[in-house]
Design a binder for this molecule. Structure first.
Ligand code: NDP
Length: 330
């Protein structure tokens, strides 16, 4: 058996040196416990935040202890009447090949209904984030213009497609021409902007959104938000979902003042944490599954093979190496 520990807290961009592999014994499940074999591991940008020694909406990882993330695991032994050998579960689990659990916080997942990996992406927190962010804060309406950053990523690619289902004009921002082609050709976005090759993002957004932006789904923060704000329409809504452009910064970043835009156009800008909406997950998952069945919603995954590649897959998120949800297959 093996586990992956946080060796030290990263400064700036994380590196492989911040992680440590350890050989450990395969645990034996006690009464009421199950033994789990890790199958699919979700790596996510927000894990970077948990590597800082800062209280947040979720406690920080401890140095010298295993990292955890969303994992799909197989029940290989069971001393718990609620779980059978051969079933699959989804939950916050540790980066270990094998681990025991009393079953609390685990949800069973059915590989007959959807591929197991989908429960880490479109039918999991990724899909919930896209759907509920747009619904609860974006309050998106037919005919509006939706701008989304991180548009070829896990959350962004779902956001844009929901925008299209809702009858909006959708413009996505991502970091390579190949990604722009993907979101326009495969996912039906109306337009895409490559932020890495565009000098003036404010102008580029203005050009792509001649009627202005009604809803901005922000996954990246920083300069991209600065460029979006002056393009917002009256009563526009901004969903602050993520700020990946800032996650590795060591200094506090500054930029143009935002209040002038908020006041002038009566904008709403609201932070969003998907876990605040747990009670809405059931209906959201149902709706997303239905759109998938109707072939209105597609999803992309980048899969990386091997337990030993979990840290590398996590680091690759900050290099934009993933298209859609980044998942490690163990
Ligand atoms: P993604 O699949 O979007 O992967 C991250 C992507 O971010 C990369 O592929 C890369 O694409 C882009 N990126 C990396 N560095 C930068 C940068 N400096 N500037 C701009 N873009 C960058 O991840 P997720 O879909 O899982 O998450 C997207 C965002 O949503 C993250 O910020 C995450 O923290 C947040 N999130 C928030 C949740 C909440 O409850 N608030 C829940 C889930 C996610 P590119 O090639 O385009 O640069």
């Amino acid at each position: 058996n093996q586990e992956i520990l946080l060796k030290k807290r990263p400064t700036g961009k994380p590196s492989l040196k911040d992680f440590e592999f350890a050989d450990i014994e395969k645990p034996k499940p006690k009464d009421g416990e199950i033994l789990l074999r890790t199958k699919f591991v979700s790596v996510d940008p927000y894990l970077r935040g948990r590597m800082r020694d800062e209280e947040s909406y979720i406690p920080p990882f401890k140095v010298g202890e295993p990292i955890e993330s969303g994992i799909i695991a197989e029940v290989v032994e069971s001393n718990n009447k609620n779980f059978k050998k051969g079933e699959f579960v989804n939950g916050m689990l540790q980066w270990k090949k094998f681990q025991t659990s009393n079953g609390n916080g685990l949800n069973k997942v059915d590989n007959e209904k959807a591929p197991l990996k989908a429960y880490l992406g479109v039918l999991g927190l990724t899909g919930m984030t896209a759907y509920l962010g747009l619904k609860k804060i974006g309050k998106i309406q037919k005919g509006e213009t939706l701008l989304v950053s991180g548009a070829a990523g896990a959350v962004g690619s779902i956001v844009g497609q929901i925008g299209k289902i809702k009858g909006c004009k959708v413009v996505g921002v991502a970091g390579t021409d190949e990604k722009i082609e993907r979101i326009t050709e495969k996912f039906g976005f109306d337009e895409g902007i490559n932020y890495k090759t565009t000098k003036d993002m404010k102008k580029a957004i203005e050009k792509a959104c001649p009627d202005g932006v009604d809803v901005y789904f922000d996954n990246v923060g920083g300069e991209m938000l600065d460029a979006a704000l002056p393009n917002m329409n009256r009563y526009g809504r901004i969903i602050n979902c993520g700020a990946i452009s800032l996650y590795n910064e060591t200094e506090t970043q500054t930029g143009p003042r935002v209040e002038q835009y908020l006041i002038k156009n009566s904008l709403t800008m609201q932070g969003f944490i998907v876990r605040d909406y747990v009670k809405d997950f059931g209906p959201a998952q149902k709706r997303l599954a239905q759109w998938m069945e109707e072939d209105k919603l597609n999803y992309l995954e980048t899969t990386v093979e091997g337990f030993e590649n979990i840290p590398k897959a996590f680091l690759d998120l900050f290099e934009g190496k993933n298209k859609g949800k980044m998942i490690v297959v163990v």
